[in-house]
Design a protein around this ligand. Structure first.
Ligand SMILES: [Zn+2]
Length: 224
């Protein structure tokens, strides 16, 4: 069977994490979200994990070459022999190029970059409607998952607040950052013929079905 080496791209609020976890269950391929990988490398005290920890402990961003090293450790490991799903990496063009170099070293390459597209208003609607319980962080949504009593957590009765991350002006800023950094990546994968766009404005089950259909087509093409 052909390998499925996948990169997930999409704005905050696109449901990328949800789809990544589904793919992980359906395809039994490891799902690597950058944040989780870094935490695991630190926990397992690998050399790279130790280096990453020094930056994290100081509250600094982990530099590209360290992240690339941590990712390379994973995708070159035996658990990723049949493929992998990357989320949150690459985030910039140099990271995308470094990923290609790493894969090339082991005679592999990406199968596809899946771009989950969601219009900006929909992202604002999804993220802007989130309400988080002050005490335990339980998450509700004014439209999709409203609490029984407005502004009060169903579970522990604490007040529900809008996290800073979910404030409209912050959401706009996160989207701008995403566009600035990710658009060059989209063109990069498009030029390589690896980009596949998915309409992420649909409900998660529909999006999941479309991704599955797309991947079986890709697999057939690879097997030919
Ligand atoms: Zn709560």
């Amino acid at each position: 069977m052909a390998e499925l080496n996948l990169v997930l791209l999409g704005p905050p609020g696109s449901g990328k994490g949800t789809q990544g976890e589904r793919l992980n269950e359906d395809l039994r391929l490891p799902y690597y979200a950058t944040g989780d990988i870094l935490r695991a490398a630190v926990r397992d005290e690998t050399q790279l994990g130790k280096t990453a920890k020094e930056f994290m402990d100081r509250g600094d961003l982990v530099p590209d070459d360290v992240i690339i090293g941590v990712i390379a450790e994973r995708i070159e490991g035996s658990e990723a022999a049949d493929g992998f799903i990357l989320d949150g990496f690459p985030r910039t063009l140099p990271q995308a190029e470094a990923l290609d170099d790493e894969l090339e070293k082991v005679d592999r390459g990406l199968t596809a970059a899946l771009l989950i597209e969601v219009p900006e208003e929909e992202v604002v609607r999804r993220l802007g409607g989130r309400r988080t319980c002050e005490k335990e962080g339980h998450v509700f949504h004014v439209e999709f998952n409203p609490p029984e009593e407005e502004g009060v957590c169903d579970i522990d009765g604490s007040p529900l607040v809008i996290r800073d991350d979910d404030k409209p002006e912050v959401i706009r800023h996160r989207l701008e950052t995403y566009h600035d950094k990710t658009e060059p990546l989209v063109s990069y994968y498009e030029e390589k013929g690896l980009l596949r766009q998915i309409d992420g404005a649909q409900p998660p089950d529909v999006v999941g079905e479309r991704i599955r259909a797309l991947l079986s087509t890709l697999r057939m093409e690879e097997d030919i």
